[in-house]
Design a protein around this ligand. Sequence first.
Ligand code: FCB
Length: 471
Amino acid sequence: MANDASAAFDTLSPAVSKGSLADPFTPPADSSLWRKNFLLGAATASYQIEGAVDEDGRLPSIWDTFSATPGKVLAGDTGAVACDHYHRWEADIDMLASLGLEGYRLSIAWPRVMDAAGRPNRKGLDFYKRLLNRLKEKGITSFVTLYHWDLPQHLEDRGGWLNRDTAYRFADYTDLMSRELAGTVDAWATLNEPWCSAYLGYGNGHHAPGLANDRFATQAMHHLLLAHGLAIPVLRGNDPASQKGIVANIGRGTANSDSAADQRAAHLFEVQHNAWILDPLLKGAYPQDLFELWPGTEPLVLDGDMQTIAAPLDFLGINYYFRTNVASDGAHGFRDVPLEGVERTQMGWEVHPDGLRDLLTGFKKTYHNLPPIYITENGMASDDKVIDGHVDDTQRISFLKRHLAAVDQAIKAGVDVRGYFLWSLMDNFEWAFGYERRFGVVHVDYSTQKRTVKRSAELVTKFLKERKAKV
Ligand code: FCB
């Protein structure tokens, strides 16, 4: 889609637009990223940026409760204000457009748009309508995620994702949103990263709602995937012209040695991180190895559930961040063995672009029905500072360049990757790590809410401008 040319690219600093800034980003001439139909955008999520948690009828979510619980989030941070995007959305969309970004992936806060009786909350709905209409006016392709972790607290009070009924409530919510927003959304994603919701939320308790039990994790995953499967036909019925998919985080696991036990450990790592989600979606069955890792945790599955979950997808969203090196734990599982002397980010995550390429090419071999792929998140945190009005995020520039090169390699190896969204448009509330970890390509000063475009964003803009100018 074409960008609003008048607004696009006007944030380029003089150094970048004159071409006098060193450019360690622009992909080589033979890269598939030069294709004009390869969508380049940025992503955010409601709880991480919106703030305004008790305005206009928004109900509490599990993240409001969790972040208000002492000891759960670093420095006691919460999403109460975040980037104040609920009030600053117009300027933020202008900024997105001025960066020349072609796609925007956002999520809807379920507790903002529906009350506890399932009735629509008009004020909350209007917020998203205004925003999506503005994106349309600017020619920005919209990817809307229905569930990026902010479950209404009243549903958690009735068991949350451990309660099968939540899947049906999600289908109702999907019905409302797709009736209200039909025609303004280019692509719908049902869930963001069900692995994180199920495992971090119910398996180890690092995320809301903070429960820790392997059996809970597998049952929550089943209900999440069921919710997804119930939602897909609802979206098809209400908004036929849009694309429908889901977003999964994937992890690369490599073995610490050639021993059979360590090789098996790496396999189990990838079963737990990838096949647990992708097998039910694309093969209609859970990987049996999962229950070798977690004996006795098989979820309760009713007749027909697996067919529902395996509803055909128009696209698969993939979020990729790092690789984990593992060894056998001496029993049925794996343990992390952090490698020394490797590059890491502020999160401590290893920078390993080849992992993205290898996973994508591996999925193409494993799943004969692999849908077209969008990289719906990739990026890194660094301790960015504004100095003389600029943020020189050198590591991020190199990170993005190398990961985009990995995507190009996957495309050349035959994987149908159609776009890439930077995580994130701007610094935001990084869940259990609060505001300390900065993932944005735009810096946010939380005391003033001032946005400062980082060097990485400027170079992405420069590339997009050059790509657009190419005949
Ligand atoms: C992903 C989440 C996203 C963000 C990044 C860093 O797991 O989907 O909201 O926190 O990690």
